[in-house]
Ligand binder design. Sequence first.
Ligand code: ATP
Ligand code: MG
Length: 292
Amino acid sequence: MKELVRKKEKELIIKGEGLTTEYFRRDDEGNVESIDTALDHIDISIIKGRFIGIIGHNGCGKSTLAKNINALITPSEGSLTVCGMDVYDEESRMKIRSMAGMVFQNPDNQIVSSIVEEDCAFGPENLGIPSQEIRERVDRALSSVGMFEKRRNSPEHLSGGQKQRVAVAGVLSMEPECIIFDESTAMLDPEGRQDVLNLAHELNEKKGVTVLWITHYMEELTGADHIFVMDNGRIVMEGAPREIFARDEELVQHGLTLPGITLLSRLLKENGVKLSGVALSVDELFKELMAL
Ligand SMILES: Nc1ncnc2c1ncn2[C@@H]1O[C@H](COP(=O)(O)OP(=O)(O)OP(=O)(O)O)[C@@H](O)[C@H]1O
Ligand SMILES: [Mg+2]
């Protein structure tokens, strides 16, 4: 039994207990005016290799959680380990940043170089990786995101979706165990959004990268393994998409709405159409309707 518990613990890539972040607002003289509790004693466990959705309305603490996991900020209180490393340990923080890479909302803020492949080399260069290995990593990363052909291009001449792919390649070249996408599709058109979401799923399925997908859109989470719903600095719901989507009244209380297709299947069911449950995708609803 003990062996089993230990094995399970080993599989956790992220574990936080009582994780708290307080932002202090100060006046011109440096006196604390107010304290904003952005994360309020949250407990979170994430199993390695999963595709995790994190959702919640504006200001509920999603990015603050991401920044704690990426070791960009240190918790005010509580414990947090990422890839087996303690975020309070100064020496581990650089390593955590490369092991749990982050893709931000706006690729323009993330891309630093004027040539695609140079940009992707930036992370591993900072990690002190030998140049031959950097070359190999960059080529591999750009191939994985389908941007190898554009390696000598300037990021300026790429579309928003392509830029976001380059940003993902920049993170991948550090060979992370986990990638946090913090509303990484917010600047993109629907096609570009789907494209980056598909890429995240592909990296998760083919390369075993743990994905934390932060979003405002429920429909982006239908393919997730597990969803955390946040509100006011806390995790207020968690479970598989089907469980979460079935709790629509609670979701509304937390300022969220169900995807249109789920709402439609709910309405059909309530009006006598014999569906087995709530559908998560157009495809699923279509198949159920055709089978009637
Ligand atoms: N650097 C900061 N200084 C002070 N307060 C901050 C800072 N960053 C965030 N906050 C506050 O912390 C709370 C959580 O913010 P956070 O950015 O984590 O939310 P979010 O869920 O990512 O929101 P959004 O969906 O708008 O991106 C908010 O009340 C915000 O005003
Ligand atoms: Mg945010």
